[in-house]
Design a binder for this molecule. Structure first.
Ligand code: PLP
Length: 368
């Protein structure tokens, strides 16, 4: 079997929805440090996770996440295995006592999954669903039906498959929990509105293999459940996310991404870059006289996952194939929705977006 062809030995423009493209400079650094990390005579991956070399990497990543996201002191930053998906269950296990409820906003594939898993461990309530509207928009807060006494409202800040995002976090009078996997650290987080945020890091911050959870420490133990240690946030926080062997490789690489983001200008700069990339792509879609078409509500358009349609599915297949031939890969929309999806996360260079946009113009000229 051969994989998708690409024409040159150069790196492709990778529009994958997750895992994401990473800065080349960081991949080169990892390569250069791989066999002998910082003079220890072995790879970091072979050393003890309690040794000084790893300890420095681990603590720098924790500190850099905290500084980049401006996490307040009374919140814990946790590096956890199981991805964002485990958080669908781990959040209610930690935050809800027997008999308590939380409300969930179902804005797409991920919101649906978060609610379904929460329901397996707690009595949670659906506050809103966009299913009948094909998940084409984000709701406003006045549409929510929040169950009385809800401990929190769960939202998905960006729906990776549908290609929609909350342009602003909703304003509600209860604390929120946010799945921010697909726009993690691409814009500031209003900590006074969130009790907990989480995200798999492979969309915006590094390789697959872990999630970051940021949670208010005074919520520890509030469920009253005697949780298994691997599921208890308090245990990981008391051990600085070293209660058991951590996912050293993703933490190492993510640490480099976080340091690079800080050196590049922090969240303000990455928010600006995201708006710029999305602006270029939506500009190309809107400027095509309807040949390329965004299927989602304009105010809810994602800055990370830009979905669009062509006049028919055959043209979409041809678009994906010809784009791959021109070294632009992973543009096929999710199998559940079809169409095209260009995922442009934090490390996506503007040049890749410009290359795609000029390909779009050429493709329309040849086939329109
Ligand atoms: C990818 C994704 C997930 C699942 O993440 P895993 O780390 O693979 O479990 C959850 N929520 C959103 C919004 C995502 O984009």
């Amino acid at each position: 079997m051969t994989t998708a062809p690409h024409q040159s030995s150069a790196r492709v423009h990778n529009f994958c929805a997750g895992p994401c493209t990473l800065p080349v400079s960081i991949l080169e650094e990892v390569r250069d440090e791989f066999l002998d990390f910082d003079g220890i005579g072995m790879s970091l991956l072979e050393d003890s996770h309690r040794a000084p070399a790893y300890d420095a990497v681990h603590n720098a990543a924790l500190a850099d996440f905290r500084s980049l996201a401006a996490v307040p002191d009374d919140y814990a930053v946790l590096f956890l295995q199981g991805g964002a998906t485990l958080q669908f269950a781990q959040v209610p296990m930690n935050l809800l006592a027997d008999g308590e409820t939380a409300s969930y906003v179902d804005t797409g594939a991920w919101g649906t999954k978060a609610l379904a898993d929460a329901r397996k461990v707690a009595a949670v309530h659906e506050a809103w669903t966009g299913v009948d509207e094909g998940f084409a928009r984000m709701p406003s807060a006045d549409e929510f039906d929040i169950a009385e006494g809800s401990r929190y409202l769960h939202i998905t800040s960006n729906e990776t498959i549908g290609g929609i995002r909350f342009p602003e976090y909703p304003k509600v009078d209860l604390p929120m929990v946010g799945d921010m996997s697909s726009d993690f650290l691409s814009r500031p987080i209003d900590w006074d509105r969130f009790d907990l945020v989480y995200g798999g890091v492979q969309k915006n911050l590094g390789p697959a293999g872990m999630a970051v959870v940021v949670v208010r420490r005074d919520l520890f133990g509030r469920s009253g459940h005697d949780l298994p240690s691997s599921l208890d946030y308090a245990v990981q926080d008391a051990n600085d996310s070293l209660a058991n062997t951590p996912p050293m490789f993703p933490i190492w690489v993510m640490g480099k991404v976080l340091a690079w983001m800080i050196a590049t200008g922090g969240l303000g700069e990455f928010e600006r870059r995201a708006a710029e990339r999305a602006g270029v792509l939506y500009g190309a879609i809107d400027g095509s006289d309807g040949w390329y078409r965004s299927p989602v509500d304009e105010a809810s358009r994602s800055y990370m996952n830009i979905v669009f349609r062509l006049p028919d599915e055959d043209l979409e297949k041809q678009f994906v194939a010809e784009a791959a031939h021109a070294d632009m890969v992973n543009l096929k929309g999710h199998r559940s929705v079809g169409g095209i999806r260009a995922s442009v996360y934090n490390a996506m260079p503007l040049e890749s977006v410009q290359t795609l946009v000029s390909f779009m113009a050429d493709f329309k000229a040849a086939n329109g």
